[in-house]
Design a protein around this ligand. Sequence first.
Ligand code: F6P
Length: 342
Amino acid sequence: MAQKIGILTGGGDCPGLNAAIRAIVRKGIKDYRMKFFGIEEGWAGLLHAKAIPLDRDGVSGLLMRGGTILGSTPSQIFHEDVQLEKLMKGYKRLQLDSLIVIGGDSTLGVASRMFAAGLNIVGVPKTIDNDIMGTERTIGFSTAVQVAVEAIDRVHTTAESHHRVMIVEVMGRHAGWIAVMSGLAAGADLVLIPEKPFDMDEVCEIIKKRHKFRNFTIVVVAEGAHPQGGKTIKLKGQKDAFGYDTLGGISYWLKVEIEKRTGFDARASVLGHIQRGGTPSHEDRILATRFGVKAVELVKNKEFGYMVGLQGDEIVKVPLNMAIKDRKVPDYWYDIAKTFFG
Ligand code: F6P
């Protein structure tokens, strides 16, 4: 009898999720005659055993489509034991032989617990933040960097015209991967990331020095960056559905401080969810496709409790419980960005 496999997307969406769904279904049907079911609305759908059959026609045209056709829900509450038991029931009600979970650290954390409880789970890492252990790249990151680079390039010309300090705020809650990579690619004069709490005096010194020979500065800041001894800036009063603070606003704080301390005119632009929407880059399409194919191989070989990952040029399997740890920007990457400060 054909194996029955569920596919679930959880947490924040990103470009490339649909490409992964397509790859899983195409590979599994063509090579192993597997049967696929898309769980609707992430974990919430599994809770209520809500799934739709996915065949080759159902995944047609998905390679270049952003978002997720399956929908998604945040994963935080599903870490609770009582929810976990209900999720296990949903899996059984759907009579799945295995489940491929595409998600970030929180979603994969739930997946890891479900595997520990005895279910057949394989993980696929996605998040524009690129901060999952065991993989050098996550689905969505390349597109987010591409969007940020284009935005910074645009800000560059207006910064030059008006002799301003332009601050571009990109996503990155705990890790500054998007800030470092987009800053490098777009020629940022300063990059501020959560891993390196900054000294405001130093920031202003760099800007003042630069303005002696150039009359504009581009600062790229990750939303989770904060001053030394200071806290991450949260949007006042805004929380998500599960009570987690919505980050954002560090660029406005920087604008005010920089103007006050340097006397230069400054402006802030927050890119926000623009980085998560729209069509995936070619790199994300290819990565998602390779991850999807490998995930099916793991299912076929009954290698459960693993997540697929990119290491060097190879797609490998890594224990699912590794995904829970944050992958920070290492010094050797930040040092390259620092070479171009000022
Ligand atoms: O984890 C991905 C991410 O895009 C973070 O960079 C950001 O802080 C968060 O999701 C935003 O989530 P939401 O869509 O709930 O606002």
